[in-house]
Design a protein around this ligand. Sequence first.
Ligand SMILES: [Fe+2]
Ligand SMILES: [Fe+2]
Length: 395
Amino acid sequence: MGGQHKSERLQYFIEQLSRKCSDSNSLLDGILRMARKITRADAGTIFLTEGEELVFAYTHNDSLFSADEAYKHAYAAIRLPISKSSIAGYVAATGELLNLANVRALPPGVPYAFNESFDRKTGFVTRSMLTLPFLDGSGKRLGVLQLINSLCPAQGRVEAFGAEMEEDCRMLARAVSGILERTALEKKGIYGILRMAAVHDPTETGPHAERVGAIAAELYHAWAVGRGYDPDRIRHEKGCLRLAAMLHDIGKVGVSESILKKPGKLTEEEFAVMRGHTAIGASILAEDSGEIAALARDIALHHHQKWTGRGYAASGEEGKLAGEAIPLGARITAIADVFDALVSPRCYKKPWTFEDALDLLRKEAGEHFDPELVESMIGLEALLPSIYAVFPDKN
Ligand SMILES: [Fe+2]
Ligand SMILES: [Fe+2]
């Protein structure tokens, strides 16, 4: 493809990506896909800068697992110091691009070394590596894109990354930095709302909201893959749901603290006020016209509905729905919210084990919860501990 043409196509791709990706995981997935296509890389990883460290943010590896499995590795909590001793650290520290033909035969005198631990653990053989920084407008390093093993299209042999690939990736990294900044701002907005709400209601703190968002997103992913949905649609909706589910209890800001923090049982009137957090949440979110806000509104209003129609939305009996009439996002969030409440310590109870909590979901399938979604949730059993490792309770 010609230079002009290619840059237009890249531009188009980046616009699509920024329109469709509402959370950073689906954005990173899209970036990595494109970067690997341009460079024919067998594997790739994105690190994002967090203070003085690089945090492993997303990875693809065709030789070790399919792209559909890649999301499972999004919760691996790997951190690297930003220092010149590692390849990614060097790129983050200096802002320079490194194009290495063979990481096992590095030029003499370089300050960085190749870290073999991943290869040793997995049996993967890293050879050529292209590593470049994401820079924002002011030159601040937002993260690092690392591509591994460029495959020769004819024989599938590993070769060095070409100079043209370097240029294309630089262009991609520049454009992507702008999107990263924007999603960081949007996320900051949502986190700001959650922090304010947490002052009022400490049980709905950051980690609970983060976990409900992450579990809801993965539950949707598993369910939608099972239904054979289009991968682009799944990525998009998963991203929206993750953020929207975090706001499920935002309406608790409108419930008085004497009721929220009451140690004993609530009276019938108090419970009616408590039920009202669903409608208050929906009205708070009614101001915003965006897609995430619309989904968040559905979730806030309906996350206490039950599959059999015994739940509630708003303070009275109004708004009762059953079965598939309950919006999907709310059915998913109900499961994630109850699961997280069960496995978390509360002043009135010890945390349940994951097994016991999943057992309860199983018992409530077709009663409180959508039975098909409970099945998908059970399929996440192996992934759940890593979500809890990434978002632990802060004491
Ligand atoms: Fe709630
Ligand atoms: Fe909650």
